[in-house]
Write a protein that binds this ligand. Sequence first.
Ligand code: ZN
Length: 130
Amino acid sequence: MIIESRELRLKHRIPVVKTEKFWKGLEGGRVYKTICKCGRSYYPPRADCICGNQTEWVEITGKGVVECFTVVYSMPSGYEWSKPYRIVVARFGDVRVMGWSEEDVFVGDEVSLYTAKDGSGIWKIWFRKG
Ligand SMILES: [Zn+2]
């Protein structure tokens, strides 16, 4: 027996005043973290540190190392355009970054990140090997 429910579509409206640099960065191919003079680093970035200071924006560059991933074969609503993909978490120095990959990356692989629009026109973080 199957019970049909109505389709539910969500659209989030999120204020980004304090994180606008992050979102603009994605459009320019850059991914930012924030750091505080107290030594804390934040990713996702935070404009305000828990110590009370304002943080500084720093671009995440270089190579990361895959710490975990999952493969998505069943596309959620809104992602029908996509082929199977991986959601990957990779460590870049003192922060972990989550992104997508269309390559077969595995735990321990070295990856670099880039940004690109997905099939829905949304800017995302992607990983490629090497
Ligand atoms: Zn701080």
